[in-house]
Design a protein around this ligand. Structure first.
Ligand SMILES: Cc1cc2nc3c(=O)[nH]c(=O)nc-3n(C[C@H](O)[C@H](O)[C@H](O)COP(=O)(O)OP(=O)(O)OC[C@H]3O[C@@H](n4cnc5c(N)ncnc54)[C@H](O)[C@@H]3O)c2cc1C
Length: 492
């Protein structure tokens, strides 16, 4: 990779495209662009000295730690397709099916989430009827969901309002709020259902009852699975055995090695202006300006807000106003015998009412056994979000001590950890709060009317890795189409 490369732009007559940001969104965009339009001169500017953005893996004392992205979902194709394209088939690792359960903390104890409960809706009635997590009244209120009418208004609704309306306050507070907090770290009374988890709004619109709709789609999924004759089957979540960081690393390596794009590290874009000839002038933090025919911005939303200020004011305003929360991940490792009350599961989520500042935890050594040496337990605890923002600022030792104390209380851990590690991501999680749909619609309209300028990243339509890859693909398609290349829609 070239550091602060000074290649002379005029040395090439190829049209030049700048991709800003070397996280997964920017790398996926550069990759896609290089496939659709190999004749373009694609240059990726990354502000820091490494690619990957928030993605990072490390090995400490035989433990394999994932700083942020732990795995990705396979119900949508984009991340899985990219992994396959890059030759990661043999590295794809499914979650260990023996430990499929998720637990919920209630009064400092761990109880299994009712079997079949999927983010916001139960799919099995017996586990709901017998769960100790809900009172008899709470269970009856959930069952009422089957006969409640659908909402007439199509206006945006918060996740809290939607779930309370359909399943009752108890199910919201004890089941859904902790699950949503564990994924998004945001405030469910402000998160837009339609922008964050649109499929549930769609279920109500189409089928009225979530329970009924989930059961129906599960039956269909089973039928499809039976009908499929061959091909690799993957679990709901996959990870890369070699470490998630290998994905951006290999992408950057292949972009460079195959002359698809040039990756310039330590290159921060600070100003974007329209060039008099219709192209774009991009200035870096050293004051050097280059001309490009198109610009694809895949930086976090605050940087995009700054860059787009004079060239796309609506997009700039939407980006600048996107609220983001931060998350910290604390890894703790123990010998198995130190954990006196182990639970056999993937992990746990914590309702805000527990007041311990934790969002969620995952049992990495159960989920992916190769991540910890034999006889040891590796835990990955999430803190921060809207619930405990000070986790991002207090000294690491204080944060570790706080998380360790809560872990001792939950799992009966004794003695000192074999290893600890803290990774913090301030402002890394955009929150799709109420009003988001309209904001994104306005942003899209403006960008559609601004040829050769595109935006990708996790502030758009999904924070997960697959959604980021898709946002990169879509932005690349826009740029290629604007430059007159034929873009074949993948149809997915
Ligand atoms: C703690 C945590 C855990 C997560 N876990 C999962 C998970 O298990 N599964 C999952 O699917 N998703 C997960 N996510 C979400 C997912 O990782 C992110 O949404 C995704 O990686 C974001 O990628 P990105 O490229 O859009 O942004 P980033 O990774 O933020 O990359 C943006 C890049 O732009 C660069 N940049 C910034 N400003 C400039 C500039 N002016 N000029 C040039 N470059 C610039 C930055 O240095 C950075 O490298 C997690 C996120 C976090 C924070």
């Amino acid at each position: 990779m070239t550091n602060n490369a000074n290649e002379n732009a005029s040395a090439t007559s190829r049209r030049r495209v700048a991709v800003l940001g070397g996280g997964i969104s920017g790398l996926a965009a550069a990759w896609r662009l290089s496939k659709i339009a190999p004749e373009l001169d694609v240059v990726l500017w990354e502000k820091t000295g490494r690619v990957g953005g928030v993605i990072g893996s490390k090995k400490i004392d035989g433990f394999h730690l994932e700083a942020s992205v732990d795995n990705f979902i396979t119900t949508v194709p984009w991340a899985l397709d990219l992994c396959k394209e890059l030759g990661f088939e043999n590295e794809l690792t499914s979650t260990n099916n023996r430990y499929r359960r998720t637990f919920v903390v209630r009064k400092r104890r761990l109880f299994p989430l009712p079997d079949g409960f999927m983010t916001m809706a139960p799919t099995k009635l017996y586990p709901m009827a017998t769960t100790p997590l809900l009172s008899p009244f709470g269970k009856l209120r959930c069952a009422l969901e089957l006969i409640l009418p659908r909402r007439r208004s199509q206006d945006e609704e918060s996740i809290a309002a939607f779930v309370t309306r359909r399943l009752g306050r108890e199910a919201f507070e004890r089941l859904v709020e902790p699950l949503v907090g564990g994924i998004y770290g945001g405030d469910a009374s402000r998160l837009s259902l339609q922008a964050t988890l649109p499929r549930f709004a769609e279920m109500e619109r189409k089928d009225r009852s979530l329970i009924w709709s989930m059961k129906k789609s599960q039956k269909k999924a089973k039928r499809v699975k039976r009908e499929e004759e061959s091909g690799a089957r993957y679990s709901f979540f996959l990870t890369l055995n070699c470490g998630m960081e290998e994905l951006p690393r290999r992408l950057a390596e292949r972009l460079e090695a195959e002359n698809r794009a040039r990756v310039e590290l330590n290159r921060e874009a600070v100003r974007l202006e329209k060039a008099p000839d219709g192209g774009w002038l991009l200035t870096d933090s050293t004051g050097k300006t280059e001309r490009f025919d198109a610009v694809l911005c895949a930086t976090p939303s605050d940087a995009a807000g700054e860059l787009f200020r004079s060239v796309a004011p609506i997009t700039s305003e939407v980006c600048a106003q996107t609220e983001r929360t931060g998350t910290a991940i604390v890894h703790l490792a123990f010998r198995n015998e130190q954990v006196k009350r182990p639970v056999a599961g993937m992990g746990f989520v914590v309702p805000p009412s527990e007041g311990n500042g934790l969002l969620a935890g995952s049992f990495s050594s159960f989920k992916y056994p190769s991540r910890a040496p034999e006889g040891t337990t590796l835990l990955r605890i999430f803190v921060g979000g809207a619930r405990s923002p000070d986790s991002l600022t207090i000294p690491e030792s204080e944060l570790t001590a706080r998380v360790l104390a809560e872990t001792r209380a939950l799992l009966g851990v004794e003695g000192e950890p074999l290893m600890t590690d803290v990774a913090r991501f301030p402002n890394a999680m955009p929150q799709y709060y109420l009003g988001r749909l309209d904001a994104i619609r306005r942003l899209r309209e403006e960008l559609a009317a601004t040829p050769t300028l595109a935006l990708a990243g996790n502030a758009l339509e999904g924070v997960g890795l697959p959604a980021c890859v898709k946002s990169g693909n879509d932005a690349a398609d826009k740029i290629a189409a604007d430059l007159g290349f034929a873009v074949e829609k993948s149809g997915r």
